[in-house]
Write a protein that binds this ligand. Structure first.
Ligand code: DX5
Ligand code: ZN
Length: 222
């Protein structure tokens, strides 16, 4: 299981330092939540911030676009240094075309589904993505509670991917992750867990908060 801290929860007054500390603490990827105030009721940051942090670490960057009509910004986020660009199936008219566009910039395409969006939304694009992100919360804010019904969606997606032999696709679970939920999401088939509230814990250093997630994972796999 890979761990991806969500930068939205980091200390914005010293992001370079934060990124280096997260890498040193064992993070596997960094997760950038891009919000436009339209697709979600919140606004965060843009390609400039991704670019500013690109040379601070060699960790892969997963750029999670919670924006309407993401086609408009694929090139800018590709140039800024994204390793993956994840778009919401609910935010574009032409999902296949947008995923193909991401690939033309040598960036790994990902598709994200809101908690109640059915897996049928990815039925005809699975072979065009490297990552499917299952939202555990309604997108827009960190620190929310995981929606329990999402757990069976993770298992169903894992079964869908395995049945088609598309083993290169990674399943990311994004939102509401707590240490006690890690064994269940790992057992359901998750490859990547995004951590906001579970990693950025007041008074706890990142080695400890990331370590807690790893311990839970080891207990899950025995
Ligand atoms: C929510 C974001 C998530 C969130 C993760 O819209 O996509 O990445 O910031 O934070 P937690 O783990 O606190 O839900
Ligand atoms: Zn996210």
């Amino acid at each position: 299981m890979k761990i991806a801290p969500s930068i939205i929860c980091a200390d914005f007054t010293r992001l370079g330092e934060e990124v280096r500390s997260l890498e040193a603490a064992g993070a596997d990827l960094l997760h950038f939540d891009i919000m436009d105030g339209m697709f979600v009721p919140n606004i965060t940051f843009g390609p400039g911030l991704v670019e500013a942090l690109r040379d601070e670490t060699d960790l892969p960057f997963v750029v999670h676009l919670m924006i309407q009509e993401p086609d408009r910004y694929i090139e800018k986020f590709a140039i800024s240094g994204a390793t993956y660009i994840t778009i919401h199936a609910e935010a574009t008219q032409h999902l296949h075309r947008t995923l193909q566009m991401i690939r033309t910039f040598d960036v790994c395409p990902g598709v994200a589904l809101n908690p109640t969006t059915p897996l049928t939304f990815v039925d005809y694009v699975l072979e065009f993505v490297d990552l499917v992100s299952i939202m555990g919360v309604n997108p827009g804010f960190a620190g929310q509670a995981f929606i329990p019904s999402v757990m069976r969606k993770i298992s169903a997606l894992r079964e869908m991917i395995d049945n088609r032999g598309l083993n290169g696709i990674e399943i990311e679970v994004d939102g509401g992750m707590r240490p006690d939920l890690v064994p269940d999401v790992v057992a359901a088939g998750a490859d990547i867990v995004v951590g906001g509230q579970s990693i950025f814990v007041p008074g706890m250093d990142y080695a400890e908060s990331i370590g807690r997630l790893r311990i839970q994972q080891r207990q899950a796999v025995g």
